[in-house]
Design a protein around this ligand. Structure first.
Ligand code: ATP
Ligand code: MG
Length: 389
């Protein structure tokens, strides 16, 4: 419980003013399962204004939903007032939020019973929907009627499949059937929010099971690009291994569908870093494994690359890749022994321009390919005599 010590002190401060406070959500769930705990969310009977009076450093990050961020002993905690929610006509924010004083009413608005357990600072649980039982049975059951809960917020369908991927639990039959029948409700959700769940899904150990579930329920029909490629999700599901990242999933989808990474990025509104990683992976899959191509592949993509090579080309390249990587004389451009400044002083009469970048790149490639030693004088000599750029 050591990880909770600070959160418990935050809760104690609230309790000392007469309010109730509990740890809620993913942290309680993951702690009970024995998984590593992520962010710590606190729920309280105090209203946001009352919370602001208890702590010195408070940032009102989502005050209309009752959430404030409290800085406490160098850490941040999200503190949310117990609330119930009305309908979601914009499928993003509930139409009305009612603050309540009863923790059970707050737990009732949560999506799955495993996520609807509260813990007080003595470690005692409030578990009105039998979330612990669901953990024992390894089952994801909606709090209340699945049809109503998914109708209120269709993102919960996607969250369910994401938890299948992260926890390896079974999605309960009711939830699964409603997803099958009402899968197109998901199209009402902004793609960015679906992508966030997809990103977490891709990191799960049970990604293969989750991909089969996306296929079998037809949830793919509510997803850009997949909806036009009826076989794609089933192909992904049959081939995918726990890859670890969304970029790797996108690279695989692009390789299987023949649709460019750019198009995936545009349709799914993905971030620049996912775009770059996915493009790097696809490019590398199409290249030879030589010093220069390995050098250009960011090292964090090595596991994904090996996995994709196994999936797409049935080749185990791990040893080859690590052996090339170990022998690389430099690992990035900043280690090159010559700089733009050196080149300018080497050619004082030349006007500054793209020749500097071209020469640096040529030098980098020559060093990486072991054609020249990474030493300033050797490089200068090579540039003056041995190089025709
Ligand atoms: P993670 O490990 O990814 O943080 P989490 O369960 O903590 O998982 P969050 O998105 O951080 O998920 O949400 C915190 C809690 O808020 C959830 O555990 C759940 O109780 C509730 N919650 C989040 N999103 C929804 C939703 N769309 N509908 C109902 N309850 C939700
Ligand atoms: Mg969380």
């Amino acid at each position: 419980m050591k990880i909770f010590d600070k959160a418990f002190r935050v809760m104690q401060q609230l309790e000392s003013r007469g309010y109730e406070a509990y740890l809620v959500g993913g942290a309680v769930r993951d702690h009970l399962i024995g998984k590593q705990v992520g962010d710590l969310d606190i729920a309280t009977s105090a209203t946001p204004n009352q919370v602001m009076q208890v702590f010195d450093k408070v940032i009102p990050i989502g005050i209309e939903h009752g959430t404030v961020l409290v800085r406490f002993e160098g850490e941040s905690f999200e503190i949310t007032t117990f609330r119930t929610e009305g309908a979601y006509s914009d499928y993003r924010h509930p139409d009305s939020v009612h603050f309540v004083t009863d923790v059970t009413a707050d737990l009732a608005r949560r999506d799955y019973t495993v996520n609807a357990i509260a813990m007080n600072r003595n470690g005692e649980l409030v578990d009105p929907f039998d979330g612990r039982d669901a953990i024992e049975r390894q089952e994801l059951v909606t709090v209340g009627n699945a049809y109503d809960r998914f109708h209120e917020d269709p993102l919960r369908m996607m969250r369910g499949v994401r938890f299948v991927s992260q926890l390896g639990y079974k999605l309960d039959d009711d939830a699964r059937n409603v997803i099958k029948e009402q899968r197109l409700w998901l199209t009402r959700i902004a793609i960015e929010r679906v992508a966030i769940e997809m990103e977490k899904l891709c990191g799960g150990n049970y990604v293969k099971t989750a991909a089969h579930l996306l296929d079998e329920t037809g949830l793919w029909e509510a997803m850009p690009i997949f909806c036009d490629q009826p076989e794609l999700m089933s192909e992904v599901a049959s081939r995918i291994k726990p890859l670890g990242s969304f970029a790797e999933w996108i690279a695989l989808c692009s390789l299987l569908s023949g649709i460019s990474v750019m198009e995936w990025v545009k349709e799914w509104k993905l971030s620049k870093s996912i775009k770059q990683d996915a493009q790097n992976l696809v490019q590398m899959i199409h290249s030879d494994i030589d010093a220069w191509s390995v050098y250009q592949l960011p090292v964090h993509l090595d596991p994904g690359y090996c996995c994709l090579m196994e999936i797409c080309k049935e080749r185990d390249v791990q040893d080859e890749l690590s052996s090339i990587r170990r022998k690389l004389p430099i690992s990035n451009g900043s280690e090159l022994a010559i700089s733009g400044g050196d080149l300018i002083s080497l050619f004082p009469d030349r006007k500054k321009g793209s020749w500097i970048r071209d020469l640096l790149l040529a030098s980098e490639k020559a060093v990486v390919e072991n054609r020249i030693k990474n030493e300033k004088n050797k490089l200068k000599e090579w540039i003056i005599h041995g190089h025709d750029a």
